[in-house]
Design a binder for this molecule. Structure first.
Ligand code: NAD
Length: 429
């Protein structure tokens, strides 16, 4: 059997979950088709004088709820299919947390680690020239994603402003604070996942200090969720990056691991007191072994498709909180559900990032700068409300949390599509 593409997998799941939401066939049909997909070849003058071309994409999947929103990824594996899947998930995610945004995503097929800083700036600006009429503050608002960051967003905003001869901080989010970025954006994804995890722990009547957590991926999302959970007493017993994983029965000190990772670029089982770091007792394991550890909560925070029908049978965690987009393939859903594992789905668990991006856009449009306390308290309010809407629907309807999240989102989108008239309206006139 040929392997399904990421977008096919996303569509299969959408179709299956849409059938639970009692939607009109026209609404489902509308959601199966991305609204606009643009592919552009970006010419880039390299530092050695040569010229190279890079494939770049932007998909505006659905704008029923508002201008589309989604990050730009710079990664060698970026392709049209992945961008479409990610933009579909953004559509669902924005609806789950009640943001006035549709979903989009963009990317460039490139290994940014092989570019010099000046090449990276030229590529970032070339992306905006390629998509200058496709994005805009009322149309489509990009943000950072894997291997893009605040500085890149700043270059992109400057290029957009220069092309359109206007001041437009609201064209892009995740910018440096000095250029109109929001306080609290850096840890927003991890914090949103942390808030969902705390809510889940409360619902399950678990005791925080008994909770053992494994985190796959020690980047922006993985680091902050691990740090915040450790602060409230959970034990982070395993953590990994692309090189491998480490395990300690007694748990790790996350700040020590992070400082070490910043310096040596490796995950090492250390405990640091000021600048003095010592190795603590731990073992090296593989990323695959991390996924099947006997822990309370597993947090995949790296890549799509890491949990498949082949390894789902080995999962022993009681709950999975998806920070990565699409870490569990649709084919593995039934196995995970039949084991009674609670999955806080990506479209809810990692929505903290886009929520604070929305706050940034609101601040830019109103000429405001919110305090960190304001950002964090509004994030908390939105995440807890979204979690509880999903939880309540899952309890009352006998749904999994993923099913409930999709039903909540699809009903919101459906109401807008239906307001414009579906078959039933036109036949009865
Ligand atoms: P990041 O680049 O900061 O970190 C990714 C981490 O994953 C790194 O530690 C990397 O070493 C590790 N990794 C890569 N390949 C791995 C592998 N094969 N096994 C184990 N670890 C591996 O990225 P991030 O921003 O933390 O994003 C992580 C995931 O979360 C992505 O799927 C992203 O789409 C999703 N996400 C991130 C945000 C955000 O705001 N950062 C928002 C929503 C969703």
């Amino acid at each position: 059997m040929t392997q399904q593409s990421t977008f096919e997998d996303a569509l299969f799941r959408l179709k299956s979950l849409a059938s639970l939401a009692d939607l009109k066939p026209e609404v489902i049909e509308a959601l199966l088709h991305p609204k606009q997909m643009l592919e552009v070849s970006l010419p880039l003058r390299m530092d050695d004088g040569s010229k190279k071309y890079f494939s770049a994409y932007r998909c505006r999947y659905n704008n029923a709820l508002g201008p589309t929103k989604g990050g730009i990824r710079f990664h060698p594996n970026v392709n049209q299919d992945e961008v479409k899947a990610l933009s579909l998930w953004m559509t669902i995610k924005c609806a789950v947390v009640g943001l006035p945004f549709g979903g989009a995503k963009g990317g460039v097929t490139v290994n940014p680690k092989q570019l010099s800083p000046m090449e990276l700036e030229r590529l970032s600006r070339a992306y905006v020239r390629g998509f200058a009429d496709f994005i805009g503050p009322h149309l489509d608002i990009p943000a950072p994603d894997v291997y893009t960051n605040a500085r890149i967003m700043g270059w992109m905003m400057a290029e957009y402003e220069s092309i359109h001869r206007t001041h437009a901080p609201d064209v892009i989010t995740g910018k440096p604070i000095e250029l109109g970025g929001s306080l609290g954006r850096d840890d927003a994804t991890g914090r949103g996942a942390y808030l969902c995890t705390l809510e889940l722990i409360k619902k399950m009547n678990w005791t925080l200090t008994d909770i053992r957590v494994a985190v796959q991926g020690f980047g922006n999302g993985g680091y902050h969720v691990a740090r915040l959970l450790q602060q409230v007493g959970c034990k982070i017993v395993a953590i990994s990056d692309s090189q491998g994983a480490i395990y300690s029965e007694n748990g790790f000190d996350i700040e020590s691991l992070w400082e070490e990772k910043q310096q040596s670029k490796q995950i090492k089982g250390v405990y640091c007191n000021d600048s003095i770091c010592e190795i603590i007792e731990h073992s090296a394991i593989t990323n695959e072994q991390l996924l099947s550890l006997d822990v309370d909560i597993l947090i995949p925070a790296a890549l799509e498709g890491v949990i498949t029908k082949h390894n789902a049978v080995n999962i022993k965690a009681k709950a999975i909180v998806e920070i990565a987009n699409g870490p569990i393939l649709f084919e593995a859903d039934d196995i995970i559900n039949s084991k009674g594992i609670h999955v806080v789905p990506d479209v809810l668990a990692n929505a903290g990032g886009v929520t604070v991006s929305y706050f940034e856009w609101v601040q830019n449009r109103g000429g405001q700068s919110w305090s960190l306390e304001q950002v964090q308290s509004q994030l908390k309010e939105k995440m807890i409300a979204a979690f509880n809407d999903v939880w309540t629907l899952s309890e009352t309807g006998g749904h999994t949390l993923r099913e409930a999240a999709y039903i909540c989102a699809l009903r919101k989108i459906s109401r807008v599509i239906e307001a414009q008239g579906t078959r039933q309206y036109f036949l009865t006139r």
